[in-house]
Design a protein around this ligand. Structure first.
Ligand code: HEM
Ligand code: HEM
Length: 220
């Protein structure tokens, strides 16, 4: 990035995005190929990344904050009709899709914690709940995945439409932080704060999962 130009997407936001992309692809593969050892660690990583991104949406750099891109229905409708929406960051419709993607990712990963393949792998919270709740979470894990993949598909189509048809440099900005026409308007928050957020969330998850009841012994 050139000196003096402020990033639209700070380093933590970009790293978080591309790490989520990698984890989602790898958890898809590991779920389908029944590599649950790897699958669960990818899932924990997604939980830490998404909760950290939500925290960054409250205390991070200006354009990563929810207040910068989550707007009311009137503004979304106006944007769809072609009025407004020329803000620096996510457009009004994109803002809601960001929220939906983050919430679906979190639901997918959290539902996995209660899941089991009914043979060898039992999620860390499997024994913390009754069988009705486990079944419901199993169903959520299956259904939400399909919804998530559909939304990711729409997300990629939308990005490509803006990139190739409207000639906006979205991809360059998501890789490099900024690009001509996609520049930030505020000095970013130091990335050290993001490190503090990620470590706090990871420790919180580790502590939470350590409170889970141990497996019920099948041997009497
Ligand atoms: C595979 C799963 C993917 C997920 C779950 C995902 C999710 C997201 C999320 C949550 C954001 C908001 C970023 C933030 O504010 O933190 C975002 C933005 C973005 N994503 Fe993805 N993404 C995925 C794949 C991709 C791919 C494959 C591309 C490249 C074609 C891409 C390009 C972008 C771009 C350019 C933005 C910034 C959009 C803007 O400028 O408003 N994403 N994505
Ligand atoms: C974003 C994170 C995650 C994604 C995208 C994901 C995706 C998937 C997919 C695609 C499958 C295959 C479904 C099928 O066989 O039809 C699956 C199965 C499974 N996942 Fe996940 N998963 C995630 C997180 C987790 C986590 C954190 C755990 C547990 C710690 C977990 C536990 C399981 C189990 C036990 C199965 C097998 C279910 C069965 O046999 O019915 N998943 N997951």
């Amino acid at each position: 990035m050139q000196r003096g130009i402020k990033p639209l997407w700070d380093l933590p936001t970009r790293l978080c995005h591309w790490l989520i992309v990698c984890c989602l692809l790898l958890s898809w593969w590991s779920g389908e190929s029944q590599n649950y050892g790897i699958h669960q660690w990818l899932g924990y990583t997604v939980i830490v990344l998404v909760i950290s991104r939500i925290a960054w949406g409250l205390c991070g750099s200006r354009h990563s904050r929810f207040t910068d891109f989550v707007v009311g229905p009137a503004k979304v409708l106006a944007y769809i009709k072609g009025q407004g929406g020329d803000s620096a960051g996510h457009n009004p419709l994109g803002g809601w899709s960001v929220l939906a993607l983050l919430l679906l990712l979190l639901t997918q990963a959290v539902s996995g914690l209660f899941n089991s393949d009914d043979v060898l792998f039992f999620g860390p919270l499997y024994y913390a709940v009754n069988s009705g709740f486990r079944d419901a979470m199993g169903l959520v894990h299956e259904i939400v995945f399909n919804v998530l993949i559909a939304l990711v598909f729409l997300h990629i189509i939308a990005v490509l439409y803006h990139q190739l048809h409207l000639k906006e440099k979205l991809l360059q900005a998501m890789f490099r932080g900024s690009a001509p026409g996609r520049e930030g308007t505020a000095t970013p928050v130091s990335w050290w704060w993001a490190v503090v957020v990620v470590i706090t969330v990871a420790l919180g998850l580790w502590w939470g999962l350590a409170q889970a009841p141990p497996p019920v012994s099948m041997v009497w």
